[in-house]
Design a binder for this molecule. Structure first.
Ligand SMILES: Nc1nc2c(ncn2[C@@H]2O[C@H](COP(=O)(O)OP(=O)(O)O)[C@@H](O)[C@H]2O)c(=O)[nH]1
Ligand SMILES: *[C@@H]1O[C@H](CO)[C@@H](O)[C@H](O)[C@H]1NC(C)=O
Ligand SMILES: *[C@@H]1O[C@H](CO)[C@@H](O)[C@H](O)[C@H]1NC(C)=O
Ligand SMILES: *[C@@H]1O[C@H](CO)[C@@H](O)[C@H](O)[C@H]1NC(C)=O
Ligand SMILES: [Mg+2]
Length: 386
């Protein structure tokens, strides 16, 4: 008779178990794509293994991984990034493109349009070309879009600029900054390279993009008939726009037919239109409709402001100019707050705070600017509340 000691029993039991398992698998092959695995998983988590093995399920708001990604849809908007910049900002441009590509554009390949008042260097072209698979176009700004119009008194403009400099106004004594603001207010959208596009996303060197953008914001704008999109709003320096609102009021009086009744004017005024409350969308980020800017209402408006001279005699920024246009010409269904686009332009950050958005971002929600003292977010919410 064969006696089995307890030390011999263990390997025997083990091999019996293995053989039994193999037989089970042979008889009932596992089908990983069938519902049976799900049942097995549930059974397991119900047992004592629950404490040891925690399976993290995908968040229900994330796209279903078994479906093709959203960007496999080949429908794209007719759109481009537009970046006004100088050759010396090359490294800052690359810094930003890296994030834009990683967070969004490697999946969509929207083209880039670079604009400059001087020719781009070969180095600039070569080292931006290397950052993306998308088409890149490099444009020079026509002289008339970056110079004094003939009706401006240059001596008066110079004197007022020097005075603003002495008063310590930010960019107060800076002529190129004024050309930049006038160009962004009235000309970028009619640069020859921009004429072929319907939507633009404005980007500046050295800005940050913090969140995965897994859908197409251009198509979102198009499908929802939206004309202007933003992420940060804030108060303007009053000393730069003293006569802007009086000029806008005269414009509205002269062209009442261009002003729809149901607009967003209360975003920029707290007293029914009497004075400007300094609120504006920060225009270093914009996703918007080029045909709106190229349309008769906006062009009339820009021409009116340009004639008034405030781009040179004061220091009107393109941000209040665009924002006031959005407020007087558009309604709340046509202006979109891109809460899901985490973004920083020094010194302010928009970082989504809702948990399901935050999960796709690498910014700190505590840095979110939306409800700080200089933000116009509260005004926006009051104005767009139903
Ligand atoms: N080509 C060119 N671009 C400029 C010039 N000045 C400003 N920019 C661009 O215009 C945008 C706004 O200028 P920036 O200095 O960032 O102004 P800020 O954001 O108001 O402080 C940025 O994209 C700059 O690269 C200039 O003289 N020439
Ligand atoms: C696996 O399960 C799926 C879904 O239940 C079923 O369609 C498929 O035929 C099964 N495959 C095999 C080999 O049993
Ligand atoms: C004018 O402003 C630009 C920013 O747009 C800045 O880079 C430049 O140094 C300023 N020039 C002077 C003379 O302050
Ligand atoms: C907003 O304007 C659009 C275009 O003019 C119009 O179709 C829409 O009905 C307006 N919506 C509201 C809420 O006024
Ligand atoms: Mg900037």
């Amino acid at each position: 008779m064969v006696t089995i000691t307890s030390s011999q029993l263990r390997p025997l039991l083990l091999s019996t178990l293995v053989i039994a398992c193999l037989f089970y698998l042979y008889a009932f092959p596992l089908n990983w794509s069938s519902g049976s695995t799900k049942t097995a998983h549930v059974d397991q988590s119900a047992s004592s293994a629950e404490q040891l093995v925690v399976v993290s399920e995908p968040h229900p708001n994330l796209p279903d991984p078994s479906l093709p990604p959203a960007w496999h849809n080949t429908t794209r908007a007719n759109a481009a990034f537009v970046i006004l910049t100088r050759n010396k900002e090359l490294d800052d441009v690359r810094w930003t493109m890296r994030q834009l590509e990683a967070r969004f554009n490697h999946k969509f390949n929207y083209p880039y349009v670079f604009l400059n008042d001087e020719p781009f260097t070969e180095e600039f072209k070569e080292l931006t070309r290397g950052m993306t698979n998308a088409k890149i176009q490099y444009g020079i700004i026509p002289h008339g879009h970056w110079s004094y119009p003939e009706w401006i008194d240059v001596d008066k403009a110079t004197a007022l600029r020097e005075q603003m400099g002495r008063e310590g106004v930010i960019y107060g004594d800076n002529l190129s900054y004024r050309h930049m603001c006038r160009f962004e207010s009235g000309f970028f959208f009619r640069h020859p390279l921009m004429l072929e596009y319907d939507y633009y996303w404005r980007v500046e060197p050295s800005v940050d993009f913090y969140c995965d953008i897994d859908y197409d914001p251009f198509l979102y704008m198009k499908e929802n008939k939206m004309k202007y999109g933003w992420t940060i709003s804030l108060f303007e320096y009053e000393s730069t726009v003293r006569t802007l609102w009086p000029t806008v009021k005269n414009f509205m009086k002269e062209y009442p037919d261009l002003i729809p009744e149901n607009n967003l004017i209360d975003f920029v005024t707290n007293d029914g239109g009497d004075t400007y409350n300094m609120c504006h969308f920060w225009s270093n980020f914009e996703i918007a409709d080029l045909n709106w800017l190229r349309g008769p209402a906006y062009l009339r408006y820009f021409e009116y402001l340009d004639r008034a001279g405030g781009f040179f005699y004061e220091r009107w920024g393109d941000a209040p100019v665009h924002s006031i246009a959005a407020a007087i010409f558009l309604n709340k269904t046509e202006v979109h707050f891109f809460d899901d686009i985490g973004y920083r332009h020094n010194p302010f950050t928009h970082c989504p705070t809702r948990r399901e958005l935050q999960k796709k971002c690498h910014c700190n929600a505590d840095d979110n600017f939306d409800y700080s003292a200089y933000s116009c977010m509260r005004r926006w919410e009051e104005v767009t509340r139903d």
